[in-house]
Design a protein around this ligand. Structure first.
Ligand SMILES: *Cc1c(COP(=O)(O)O)cnc(C)c1O
Length: 408
């Protein structure tokens, strides 16, 4: 019989029994959400500045998403990639018309989209007469996913721990983010692509410098290799533009998207231009579910709201307001905060003390505010893009109070 859970405690008791323990979770069971707020099974309400890790860009139960969901429920959820479906075409058209890209290929997640970029880069090299090129240079502290190839591309040993997962796929090298010399040290005739996030998310909310991204573009142009961006976290409107790289004016050859693109349904995408938009031919890459009408119907509604209802402009403006509010908090706790940084609605507060990040998260939780801590000591704020200035004030005040209570 279908179990009906009505309290956190009852559900978590069963979770402890049946649910695989591969995630460390806060002790609440999410029940429902509206806008920037969520409720747990006990009926407790939280202000949600985690936003499903940058997935709920339009917040919870946005009317445009509810409508798209209803429409899909009454028409079609899935069809095979043997056929076209209209929502998928709408999504590609919107992305292409608002970017430097010419073609879009679908996947089901960020990792899968990045896996697609890696395959694309290797075949691109072969197609262009360089079968000896297969190495992808990615950055330290990056995050690209948890499949074997994308975990290996991730420049963090904790993700691709060779002790556990060997043999790792060959052909990955790491360089320091925002350090062109370090990238140049890794270059040789085997390199087929450079992969980076324009703003590192998991690595601690670190925006690339203009000089770094432009320098990577120049290197790739000189060598005829691909510049690939991972915009799984910072694309889809998060930085106030459809793509974070549009804030820099540096155009990659390919770019991945995922998190906020489907407003909660799994979807990923690889966007490509030039010859990179022609590399993956039938039989090279794809997936049963990728680009299906359910995910694409929601992605189309998401992009429509982002592009045509001022959501991205709002994110740019509110993000600036929020950083100013966080800087005021930082001034009140001079020894505690190393830096406030971010772009649009991805923001971070780097703490000086490596121990207190998780404690601040817990103290905010006590105040019914959800945030998270990444890279050990960086408080990360990735709320719905529709969050208001008043909601930003509540979160800044919660962080202020948390630091005070921790004696910082
Ligand atoms: C989350 C994330 C991924 C992985 O996406 P999944 O959908 O979890 O596979 C890849 N790259 C970046 C930058 C991410 O933030």
């Amino acid at each position: 019989m279908l179990q009906n859970y009505t309290s956190n405690a009852a559900a978590i008791a069963d979770a402890d029994k049946y649910l695989y323990g591969n995630h460390a979770r806060m002790p609440i069971v999410m029940d429902k959400g509206e806008g920037c707020y969520v409720w747990d099974l006990d009926g407790r309400k939280f202000l949600d500045f985690v936003g499903g890790i940058a997935v709920n860009g339009l917040g919870h139960c946005h009317p445009a998403i509810v409508k798209a969901m209803e429409e899909r429920a009454h028409t079609m959820l899935h069809c095979s990639n043997y056929y076209y479906n209209a929502p998928a075409i709408q999504v590609c058209k919107m992305i292409v018309e608002n970017s430097c890209f010419e073609k879009v290929l679908f996947a089901n997640s960020g990792a899968e989209a990045n896996e697609g970029q890696i395959k694309l880069a290797r075949k691109y090299a072969v197609d262009h007469g360089h079968p000896e090129r297969y190495v992808v240079i990615s950055m330290l502290k990056s995050f690209h996913g948890r499949t074997l190839a994308t975990a290996t591309a991730t420049g963090q040993e904790i993700v691709h721990n060779p002790k556990w997962y060997s043999p790792l796929p060959e052909g990955f090298r790491y360089a320091e983010f925002n350090n062109l010399e370090s990238v140049k040290e890794q270059l040789d005739d085997k390199v087929c692509a450079i992969l980076t996030e324009p703003v590192q998310g998991e690595g601690g909310v670190r925006p690339a410098t203009q000089e770094f991204l432009q320098g990577l573009r120049d290197i790739c142009d000189e060598r005829g290799i691909l510049l690939m961006f991972d915009e799984v976290q910072v694309g889809s409107g998060r930085t106030g533009k459809l793509f974070a790289h549009q804030n820099y004016g540096v155009e990659p050859d390919t770019c991945s998207m995922a998190k906020a693109l489907g407003s909660g349904v799994p979807i990923g995408a690889v966007c490509a231009r030039g010859d990179a938009a022609k590399t993956l031919i039938p039989g090279t890459h794809g997936s049963t579910f990728a680009g299906g009408p359910l995910a694409c119907g929601l992605a189309a509604a998401t992009l429509d709201a982002m592009l045509n209802e001022g959501v991205m402009e709002h994110a740019a403006k509110t993000g600036e307001y929020f950083r100013a509010a966080l800087r005021k908090v930082a001034e009140k706790h001079p020894g505690a905060v190393k830096e406030v940084r971010g772009m649009g609605m991805i923001n971070g507060v780097e703490l000086t003390d490596n121990e207190i990040g998780p404690k601040v998260v817990d103290k905010c939780f006590e105040q019914d505010v959800l945030i998270n801590c990444t890279a050990g000591n960086v408080l990360r704020f990735i709320p719905p893009l529709i969050a208001s200035e008043a909601e930003c004030d509540i979160v800044a005040a919660a962080v202020d109070k948390a630091l005070t209570e921790l004696g910082k």
